[in-house]
Design a protein around this ligand. Structure first.
Ligand code: TPP
Length: 647
């Protein structure tokens, strides 16, 4: 065992949920204690999602105790709270490799375990998936329970309500457990959150809790139980809850850390049929004071010292690092908002991750956290743009996928001036395929009216954001997770009057835009022209030094700088495009389409992601695996140069 300091003898005797079902109620409590401790030690050494898992320890024990998993289906929403579930379902010893290359994933994965009923990473899918399973069970005449476990944050999404709307009007055997901790990543927002807060308001919650304990003191046999449960349940129902109105039988709220309540309540609810919702109250970060105190900080964390709570990894403690692209965006947003009061900033529940904290504090009236509601975020922006505001939607590449129709139907068709600041484009690392931003260039490029920009460094990021903001129509600036590249290589440039790259120069604070639709040449070489779309520019320049190739930062995927492409074709034998996006439909494909359209016969090598999923691992490992690091790119180009493919 990698974590040997504590006594986890009971936990170590649990190799599957069947072992949990053999325990006494006292032992279950001890198991929960050991599970929480193990989880803490484990995540403190690997990093990962912490606060949410600490809040679901008792719930996980209770669910595996009451339900016959994996026959019964547990569908966890988002899946970031499933580490306790992984530990109890035979993966305890694999926690040391969590989210690392070749190790277990940070989210549920069907191919990883039969206990992971549904793969996740994106939020608010659990109710639909569990409903689908319950319908399938009925068709197959299987008597299994299907349970969706969803947080109050995830419940703010349209998808969750679409599923409630369907399930509530059906007789599906579905249990939804609403795990309410009043937090999304940041404090939860919106009218639903206010409704839940009212249900949990002090007096009501404690009265119900005491009441439920009394009812549950002597649990009667099955039939009587069902009747008594009904009474008990009615006693617990708060008339007029939203969920009752939607056709669910509402149970709760109950204390989600109290096994003595949770287990009998779950058993009782199991005796009932139809769509049911159990509302539990938990605390994010439960049992670890720093996380209870700062659940946002410990939502997802790098490795840290358990006694001090301080980060232990070099990257996290490096204070001299260059700013992240997220920080560059956050700074630009504040600067532009100061200059133009029409600017409004929108985030679908990702204030911290998208770099909007400072903006939200400085411009609270112009800051909109809309909850986990990407579709709404985009159409809201469209409405604002119709009537004189200049919305900037800060969104992760992977989450923009959810708002695709809104992007086309509400923004692009009406040619509205909405800026999409797309973070986490390309490789994301430990979060794996559900979060990889590998598709945005492909899915954006085919939309008429869209302008798409791929900055290569800090200066380009800031400049292109300004270009986007000044553009009349929809535009997207996409940039990756992590820090900006500092190019140390001195490079030639074709910009008049300059012989060296301006790459590292201090970033102008005048909010200067960059020329629309124009690439920038960074190096003049022979035979090979490397056209880079985005932040792999620094790697490309290193490769070019070895090959004496020309290098361009293309900056625009749409419109393409076709003059630069023509010049590159005329001066070189081979064109190479590089992007951290799927090759299929990506920026290189745009170049290929242009060459075909112009009937230009030249050799073209497209470097990017092949048609495969990008699994979890460190960014450096993934870049190497997918041949997007210096040796990989060099090798791919050399192989093409040496191949017999004729132009
Ligand atoms: C579609 C989508 N948007 C955004 C996210 C990022 N995200 C991950 S967890 C989370 C908050 C979830 O809150 P909640 O469901 O209440 O769970 P908690 O962490 O509070 O237990 C968010 C916004 C996501 N996973 N999926």
């Amino acid at each position: 065992m990698p974590f040997s300091k504590s006594n986890w003898s009971l936990l170590e005797s649990i190799n599957s949920p069947a072992d949990v079902r053999k325990l006494s109620s006292q032992q279950l409590k001890e198991l929960a204690r050991q599970l929480r401790e193990f989880l803490l030690e484990s995540v403190s050494s690997t990093g990962g999602h912490l606060s949410a898992g600490l809040g679901t320890v008792e719930l996980t024990v209770a669910l595996h105790y009451v339900f016959n998993t994996p026959y019964d289906r547990l569908v966890w929403d988002v899946g970031h709270q499933t580490y306790p579930h992984k530990i109890l379902t035979g993966r305890r010893d694999k926690m040391a490799g969590l989210r690392q290359k070749g190790g277990i994933a940070g989210f549920p994965k069907r191919e990883e375990s039969e206990y992971d009923a549904f793969g996740t990473g994106h939020s608010s899918t659990s109710i639909a998936a569990a409903l689908g399973m319950s319908i399938a069970a009925r068709q197959h005449r299987e008597n299994r329970h299907c349970v969706a476990i969803i947080g109050d944050g995830a419940m703010t999404a349209g998808m969750a309500f679409e599923a409630l709307n369907h399930a509530g009007d059906s007789d599906a055997n579905l249990l939804v457990i609403l795990n309410d901790n009043d937090m999304s990543i940041s404090p939860n927002v919106g009218a639903l959150s206010n409704h839940l807060t009212r249900l949990l308001s002090g007096d009501l919650f404690s009265t119900l809790r005491e009441g439920s304990k009394k009812v549950l003191e002597n649990i009667p046999p099955a039939l009587e139980l069902a009747r008594r449960t009904e009474e008990h349940v009615k006693g617990m129902i708060v008339p007029g809850t939203l969920f009752e109105e939607l056709g669910f039988t509402y149970f709760g709220p109950v204390d989600g850390h109290d096994l003595d309540t949770l287990i009998p309540v779950l058993k009782n609810i199991n005796q009932q049929t139809g769509p049911r919702l159990l509302h539990i109250r938990t605390q994010k970060g439960k049992g670890y004071f720093p996380a209870e105190d700062a659940p946002v900080k410990y939502h997802a964390t790098s490795a840290f010292d358990l006694s001090t709570g301080k980060a232990t990894t070099a990257a996290a403690t490096n204070t001299s690092k260059s700013p992240s692209y997220t920080e560059v965006f956050g700074q630009w947003l504040c600067d532009m908002a100061t200059q133009d009061e029409r600017l409004v900033g929108i985030t679908p529940a990702m204030r911290e991750g998208s770099g909007l904290v400072e903006f939200s504090e400085k411009f609270p009236q112009r800051y909109f956290d809309v909850g986990i509601a990407e579709q709404h975020a985009v159409t809201l922006a469209a409405g604002m743009a119709c009537d004189g505001l200049k919305p900037v939607v800060a969104i992760y590449s992977t989450f923009l996928q959810r708002a695709y129709d809104q992007l086309i139907h509400d923004v692009a068709i009406q040619n509205l001036s909405v800026v999409f600041a797309i973070d986490r484009a390309g490789i994301v690392g430990a979060d794996g395929p559900t979060h990889t931003g590998a598709y945005d260039l492909s899915f954006l490029r085919c939309i008429p009216n869209m302008v798409i920009m791929t900055p290569a460094d800090e200066a380009e990021c800031r400049g292109l954001l300004t270009t986007a903001f000044l553009h009349d129509g929809p535009s997207a600036v996409r940039y990756p997770r992590g820090c900006v590249h500092n190019l140390s290589t001195a490079v030639n440039t074709n910009e008049a009057g300059k012989t060296k790259s301006g790459h590292n120069k201090s970033i102008n604070d005048k909010l200067q835009s960059l020329p629309f639709g124009q690439a920038k040449q960074y190096r003049q070489g022979k035979k090979i022209a490397i056209l880079v779309f985005g932040t792999l520019l620094s790697t490309a320049i290193e490769v070019a030094e070895e090959l004496d190739a020309s290098v361009y930062s293309m900056r625009f995927v749409k419109p393409l700088d076709t003059n630069t492409i023509k010049t590159a074709v005329e001066q070189h034998d081979l064109l190479v495009t590089i992007e951290d996006n799927a090759i299929a439909g990506g920026a290189g494909s745009a170049v290929s389409e242009y060459l075909n359209e112009q009937n230009i016969n030249t050799r073209l090598l497209q470097i990017g992601f092949p048609d495969e999923l990008i699994n979890h691992g460190s960014p450096d490992e993934l870049l190497s695996d997918w041949k997007l690091d210096k040796p990989g790119i060099l090798q791919t180009i050399q192989e093409r140069v040496n191949s017999n493919v004729s132009p």
